[in-house]
Design a protein around this ligand. Structure first.
Ligand SMILES: [Zn+2]
Length: 294
């Protein structure tokens, strides 16, 4: 069992790591890939990974660092347009410096990608939206170049306004231009158009499935899982976000957030959808993890 996408540096995961890791191991957990999303959380990510691996005396935690596409908006949106651009460039440059210094610790690059969802939720004018898109694309280009040059897999976030395909199209175009067929990795939590699934698979990428599979509203993702070959499936929690349905439903549950032991419930649901045993699905998905992230 593995969790290919979680944010251990975020609360409350960073406070409960000992219990959460133990619960994951007790269920047969092997590997967790934690994702840094902002320069501010990189050091915490490195420290926590080291602490957990030392505490349990094995190499459980793998590390990815990247700039999440919505970070530019969160950090710089209050500035003037010119300033947003300048601040973002500086921020990206700083990321590249940290990457060069720390790359020997990394298993993957991420989370990175494009997000054309969040910007439409914030009442921004069209010009600022276009600017944010350009900044995100430039950032994603840099991440893909680093992946290619350093032979590291990518954890990609590509989130779309419902019913559109602009985000996935731009993501695939940048992967083609900068990756030149030499990069691989995972589209984490892909919730976009099912018509684009084959384009993702054709370039050798994999799809990360999480608790959305267990939600009543997860029909699109269940359909995507049906059409994804077993060799391309990875599991993830995206913790502390996206707690599984049994936790969401149970208002009395003391643990309300997404954490790695919930992978068990996600695999159970996925095995029903794929109509194979949990054991078999878990073992193939683990092989996929080792193939993609080693
Ligand atoms: Zn994430």
């Amino acid at each position: 069992m593995h969790d290919s996408h979680i944010h251990l540096a975020l609360k409350p995961l960073n406070e409960n790591w000992k219990r959460d890791t133990q619960d994951f191991l007790d269920l047969g957990g092997k590997k967790i890939l934690t994702q840094g999303t902002d320069i501010l959380d990189f050091q915490d990510t490195f420290d926590l990974a080291e602490k957990i691996n030392n505490e349990f005396d094995k190499n459980i935690i793998d590390i990815a660092i990247g700039i999440h596409p919505t970070v530019f908006q969160e950090k710089f949106i209050k500035q003037d347009s010119d300033k947003i651009c300048e601040s973002s460039k500086k921020f990206l440059k700083r990321y590249q410096e940290i990457f060069e210094k720390e790359k020997s610790k990394l298993t993957a690059i991420g989370e990175t990608g494009l997000d054309y969802f969040e910007m439409y939720n914030s009442n921004l004018d069209e010009k600022v939206i276009e600017l944010l898109k350009e900044i995100q694309k430039e950032s994603f280009r840099v991440h893909v170049q680093l992946a290619r040059e350093n032979n590291l897999p990518l954890s990609i976030h590509a989130r779309e306004l419902e019913g559109e395909t602009n985000c996935i199209n731009d993501t695939l175009q940048i992967l083609a231009e900068e990756g030149r067929g030499l990069v691989s990795g995972v589209f984490h939590s892909y919730t976009g158009s099912i018509d684009k699934l084959n384009d993702i698979l054709d370039i050798g990428f994999n799809v990360g499935f999480n608790a959305i599979l267990t939600y009543p509203s997860g029909e699109n993702v269940r359909e995507i899982l049906k059409q994804t070959p077993i060799e391309n499936i990875l599991f993830e929690t995206d913790g502390p976000f996206l707690a599984v349905q049994s936790v969401r439903r149970n208002k009395k549950s003391l643990i309300r957030y997404g954490r790695s032991s919930q992978i068990k419930e996600i695999i159970k649901k996925a095995s029903e959808i794929k109509n194979i045993s949990e054991e078999k699905l878990e073992s193939i998905a683990d092989e996929n993890y080792y193939r993609v992230f080693s």
